[in-house]
Design a protein. Structure first.
Length: 136
């Protein structure tokens, strides 16, 4: 059975991506693209596994000891910076969230609660379903 490790993708104001694993302190990757950041994270994981193997201590890296998969997700601000095609005010209106609050989520000035993230994700998934049915 594979262990699932959650990793968070962020995109900074400088345009660079960073990815970190909340459950394992100090493991992160960064790069100019999301792919570069993922590769850097994988390199960091490989080095952590080698170190743990050498010293025989897996305490900090226990989730990496056996087979695992990495599940990537975006922080809300990083999502909107990565997929900058969204007019967040229009999206907010469409899914029933205050547009000013949505702009604060986008900027990273305010963190969304899990229930708000769920509402936003469902709204985006519904929009994606509608868009996938479009034909011209």
């Amino acid at each position: 059975m594979k262990n699932v490790i959650k990793a968070i993708i962020e995109k900074g104001q400088d345009g660079f991506y960073s990815i970190y694993i909340p459950s394992i302190a100090g493991l992160y990757g960064a790069g100019e693209t999301e792919e570069e950041a993922k590769n850097a994270l994988n390199d960091a994981i490989d080095m952590a596994r080698e170190h743990a193997e050498e010293v025989g201590a897996w305490d900090d890296y226990a989730p990496l000891k056996n087979k695992y998969t990495i599940e990537y997700s975006y922080d809300l601000s990083g999502f909107f910076k990565t997929f900058d095609v969204f007019d967040v005010s229009a999206l907010a209106s469409r899914i029933g969230i205050n547009s000013s609050l949505m702009r604060r989520y986008k900027s990273g000035k305010t963190r969304a609660s899990q229930s708000q993230k769920t509402i936003i994700a469902k709204g985006i998934h519904n929009l994606a379903t509608q868009l996938s049915a479009v034909s011209f």
